[in-house]
Ligand binder design. Structure first.
Ligand SMILES: Cc1ncc(COP(=O)(O)O)c(C=O)c1O
Length: 403
């Protein structure tokens, strides 16, 4: 049994109250709260004193240790072969602009790339802009509007022998759908294309295994998995080595540092490692990777129970835009309410101390395909491992008030 109360005790932000009652954060897909261990790790860096990389003195060596420790932590979380395959950056969007520009240098007019209609715009527009710069065509693989699933065949159908890249999400931040990423990588590789996986939404919800899925690149953001606001990118070693990065002189031109522009936020990197260690602390196993995998199995059981409770309790006035079960999805639900705009629903819930997002949350393509983009989008409700059954019941009760 996953001990949700023991986990909650570690999050100072869960003590927030409104009108004398605890608030409930259902906005995890937009950003999660952090445990005390993350706050302490970040504070410690600033208190102890940290300098820039490359000096032969203790506070500079401290920056190096923090960076390397964060690389090892993310390598364990992503299942990467080496910490040198992990690159940090400001956030997923910035990292994606950087990699898309570097990859686009290798494209030729007449080449093609594939994006999907399930993706957050941060995994669509950087690629579209890079393609436009290089005279490269963009094909769109669409999810099924009836099943909300992105089938491997939908990607396969748009692949050609000129396709150089497929950009695909590990899970939709709007609908929660988890596509068969390994299957998509397989067909993309068979066509000679590289695959760039956006795991930002997926990361807090399931185990990432870059080697099992065969991703060439995979990117996530620590603030979505109970860490600070920093992005982390996996790139296959040969690709990071052979691609030319946009960088200044005389920054390193090998290893992960080749891809890190300017000075990183060392306090955030300490927080990233602490967030991974926190996740690992929720599981058991011989090493950190094994504990992370075990933690995810426990979290999944807990969260799936919450999702069933939520789905079973929705009134007839609520429409779910997504897979109506717990398989093949994260616990992230896009809903609309008869007779109310998403903004009205979110404001009502906020008045009850229940925090949700409404609108499109940058999931422009999914919202457009479902015809919701011009209708105010949808209300997005997200559960994480600290969500309780009591919180879900409060949410259902507040939604019932809108019937
Ligand atoms: C699926 C997905 N991809 C990309 C992003 C953008 O991430 P970042 O804020 O790190 O640039 C988000 C943020 O909401 C997201 O949910």
């Amino acid at each position: 049994m996953f001990d949700v109360q023991a986990a909650r005790k570690q999050f100072p932000a869960l003590a927030r109250t409104q009108d004398g009652r605890p608030v409930a954060y259902f906005d995890g897909p937009g950003g999660t709260q952090v445990p005390a261990a993350v706050i302490e790790a970040m504070t410690r860096v600033l208190e102890e004193g940290v300098s820039n990389l490359g000096g032969d003195f203790a506070s500079s060596r401290f920056a190096h240790e923090i960076t390397e420790s964060a690389r090892r932590a993310i390598a364990d979380m992503f299942g990467a072969a080496s910490p040198e395959e992990i690159v940090f950056g400001q956030n997923m969007t910035s990292l994606t602009f950087s990699v898309s520009r570097a990859l686009a240098r290798t494209w030729r007019p007449g080449d093609r790339i594939v994006v999907t209609s399930l993706d957050h715009d941060a995994n669509v527009t950087p690629w579209r802009l890079a393609a436009a710069d290089r005279g490269v065509a963009v094909d769109m693989a669409r999810f099924d509007s009836d099943t909300y699933r992105l089938e491997v065949e939908s990607v396969e159908r748009v692949l050609t022998d000129r396709t150089r890249l497929v950009a695909v999400t590990h899970a939709s931040n709007a609908l929660g759908t988890i596509p068969d990423v390994a299957g998509i990588v397989e067909v993309a590789h068979a066509a000679g294309a590289l695959v760039y996986v956006d795991a930002v939404h997926y990361a807090p919800h399931g185990p990432i295994d870059v080697r099992a899925i065969g991703a060439d690149f995979l990117v996530a953001s620590a603030y979505k998995f109970h860490g600070p606001h920093t992005g982390a990118l996996y790139g296959r070693a040969e690709l990071l080595e052979e691609l030319e990065a946009y960088k200044v002189r005389p920054a390193p031109d090998t290893g992960a540092e080749k891809w890190e522009t300017g000075t990183q936020s060392f306090e955030s990197l300490a927080g990233v490692a602490a967030a991974v260690d926190y996740l690992a602390s929720l599981g058991e196993g011989e090493d950190r990777r094994a504990r992370i995998l075990d933690a995810h199995a426990a979290i999944e059981r807990h969260v799936n129970a919450l999702s069933r409770r939520f789905l079973d309790g929705l009134g007839d006035h609520i429409t779910l835009h997504g897979i109506p079960g717990v398989e093949g999805r994260t616990p992230t639900f896009a809903i609309t309410c008869a007779g109310r705009t998403p903004a009205e629903v979110a404001a009502h819930l906020a008045s009850r101390g229940l925090y949700v997002w409404e609108g499109h949350y940058y999931a422009i393509e999914p919202m457009a395909q479902l015809g919701l983009l011009d209708q105010g989008g949808a209300v997005r409700i997200g559960f994480v491992h600290t969500t309780t059954g009591e919180e879900v019941d409060r949410l259902l009760g507040a939604l019932d008030e809108l019937a």
